[in-house]
Design a protein around this ligand. Structure first.
Ligand SMILES: Cc1ncc(COP(=O)(O)O)c(C=O)c1O
Length: 609
């Protein structure tokens, strides 16, 4: 949500319109053309002219419900025209959300557009597809089928253990955010009932997550009154600093969110290592801490590309997992999934029973009504792609992401913070300087030989580049790429060292604890390589990134030269300097196009329209 500017264009516009010809006058202007025409022709002409007039004169009531109706086509034109100002979805490399659909899935979407997923009774087949999706995902995530396989052996569960016969259960959600809230709520309620049963206080729950957690995870803590024990990330890979987990655990810890597919770098936190650490902690203290895996994107990539990686229900401590169907599940926006390893993990007080004609249905969600078509789309994808189809798509995304990473580093301008192009086990910040893909004898498509990660490329200007060109803000690269239609954000990296919190809960941000303390650049440009970034587009993107940086270099060098000239001639350096700097950027750093003050530089270039 953006704030509005201090200029109110509507008021200015209204004032101008009041003094101009009214809409009715404009339409009536056309009426004289209708004389002598048949009624039908007149009607058609009138509609046509009304549309033209509305298109150029129909902006007045944008923020108020109009008093009168308009023809469907007219309304369509207005809305359609407005939306042409949006960025192109296929050039949106900022978002993890899938933007690719097939003709057949679009057909199914339109056919099922009006179905409400909450209407179980009316749309039993839609619910059947939902159940099938849950089973497919549970299978992909190795959910235990029976209690014997569940591996839940911790003593404090013994009172429930005999009831844990059912399989995993789950629910579709609006996205990973809702799914994470539900996973977190189950952890909180389970912790509370355990504490209540033992007569212990249950009013100070806390949860652990890394500072690279997506905002949804922090929202859970804030919205549901759970203390958020944010753990700084390691300076090696920008994922949770495992060494800091233990000191933050206690008997009030309801669980830990572990991220498989960091929003910042695409890296996977090590669920197995964290689980082992929690095993040790349990042995020492008797406190049992469950894990919820945030697999927003990794929940689909990991089982398909890294089948041997243990991150899911194969780890007994993983009690719930969430993922976004609308990310690498390849559905369009509006679908998440959350699964619980066993029915008994979902406390009764969180389930709502809905009566419908055929019986009782249970639900666990924050919303009631929601669209059903995304579930249809998800099931279509499962059927259409199968494991092989998903593999091919993810394989291409990873190869392209690796290619882009290697290209960026090869330019010498950038270094990657994401590590999917580095051999397994080598982290970004303490890599072997001699390592080179050409020497590694690994093909770019041998995923197991590289670090397991999402197809995400996070990169930043190198130290050397910043030393040579300290005038160039990295964010400008994002802005200039936007001029070429690419949407590539520039973000701050997650915090390595967190601010100190005093006894009043006030945060004290010691500047010496910032990431950049070691002279490191703490910002990243990030590209999410999805289905839509085809080889053709990738090629263009690589050219455009290199061109933008080279253009900035030229601009800086040009301005430096002119400043030097101005200084040596004793001229005062004033606002012209800034003006010329900006002008040089907008002119691709081309000296011939820049007219300096007191200078009458003319070019032979013609204006081309
Ligand atoms: C790791 C992670 N978790 C959670 C979310 C929130 O997902 P959603 O947008 O599906 O609510 C995101 C979104 O990018 C994410 O990257």
């Amino acid at each position: 949500m953006t704030l509005s500017s201090h200029i109110d264009p509507d008021t200015i516009e209204d004032r101008i319109f009041q003094n101009s010809v009214s809409k009715a006058t404009l339409i009536s202007k056309y009426f004289k053309k209708f004389s002598g025409k048949s009624d039908q022709t007149k009607k058609n002409l009138q509609e046509h002219h009304e549309r033209i007039v509305a298109r150029f004169h129909g902006v007045a009531n944008k923020y108020k419900l109009p008093d009168h109706s308009m023809a469907a086509k007219q309304a369509y034109d207005i809305v359609h025209d407005d939306l042409t100002l949006d960025g192109s979805t296929s050039l949106n490399l900022a978002s993890f959300v899938n933007v690719h659909t097939e003709e057949e899935s679009e057909k199914l979407i339109v056919e099922n557009l009006t179905k409400n997923l909450a209407d179980c009774d009316e749309y039993p087949m839609l619910i059947e597809l939902q159940d099938r999706c849950i089973s497919i995902i549970a299978n992909m995530w190795h959910a235990p089928l029976l209690v014997e396989d569940s591996g839940i052996e911790t003593p404090h569960h013994s009172q429930n253990f005999s009831r844990w016969k059912s399989r995993a259960i789950g629910t579709p959600c609006t996205g990973s955010s809702e799914a994470i809230m539900l996973g977190g709520l189950a952890m909180k309620k389970n912790w509370q009932s355990k504490r209540k049963a033992k007569g212990l206080p249950y009013d100070k729950p806390n949860i652990l997550m890394a500072s690279c957690a997506q905002v949804a995870l922090e929202k859970f803590a804030r919205y549901f009154d759970v203390e958020n024990r944010l753990i700084g990330v390691s300076d090696k890979d920008f994922l949770i600093d495992i060494n800091k987990i233990k000191e933050n655990l206690d008997e009030n810890t309801i669980g830990i969110f572990v991220i498989v597919g960091s929003t910042y770098t695409g890296g996977f936190e090590n669920v197995e290592a964290i689980s082992k650490l929690l095993d040790d902690y349990e042995k020492e203290t008797g406190n049992w801490i469950p894990i919820h895996v945030d697999g927003a994107s990794g929940g689909f990539i990991a089982p398909i590309i890294y089948p041997n990686l243990k991150w899911d229900f194969r780890i007994p401590r993983v009690m719930s997992i969430s993922a976004s169907g609308h990310k690498f599940g390849l559905v369009t926006a509006g679908l998440g999934w959350v699964l619980f390893r066993d029915e008994a993990w979902l406390p009764k007080e969180l389930r709502f029973q809905l009566q419908y004609l055929g019986g009782l249905e249970e639900s666990f969600s924050l919303n009631f009504s929601r669209p059903g078509y995304q579930v249809v789309h998800q099931y279509y994808n499962f059927l259409r792609l199968g494991r092989a189809g998903y593999y091919d798509i993810f394989d291409n995304c990873l190869i392209n992401a690796r290619l882009l990473s290697l290209f960026l580093e090869e330019t010498g301008y950038f270094t990657c913070v994401s590590n999917l192009h580095l051999p397994a086990g080598m982290s970004t910040r303490d890599r072997d300087p001699k390592w080179d893909i050409s020497l590694s004898q690994s093909f770019i498509s041998e995923h197991d030989k590289f670090n397991a990660a999402l197809p995400v490329v996070s990169f930043q200007l190198t130290k050397e580049f910043i030393e040579d060109y300290p005038e160039i803000p990295q964010s400008l690269i994002s802005t200039l790429l936007r001029n070429k239609q690419w949407i590539i954000p520039n973000y701050d990296l997650p915090r390595i060292n967190l601010p100190e919190v005093d006894e009043n809960g006030e945060e004290h941000d010691d500047p010496s604890l910032q990431n950049e303390v070691n002279g490191e650049n703490n910002q990243i440009l990030r590209v999410v390589v999805k289905y839509n970034l085809t080889a053709q587009l990738l090629d263009k993107l690589m050219h455009d990134i290199a061109n933008v940086v080279e253009m900035l270099i030229k601009s800086v060098e040009l301005v430096r030269k002119n400043v030097k000239d101005l200084k040596s001639s004793g001229e005062e350096v004033t606002n012209d300097l800034v003006y010329n700097m900006l002008l040089s950027i907008s002119n691709d750093g081309d000296e011939r196009l820049i007219k300096f003050k007191n200078e009458d530089k003319k070019t032979d270039a013609k204006v081309v329209c």
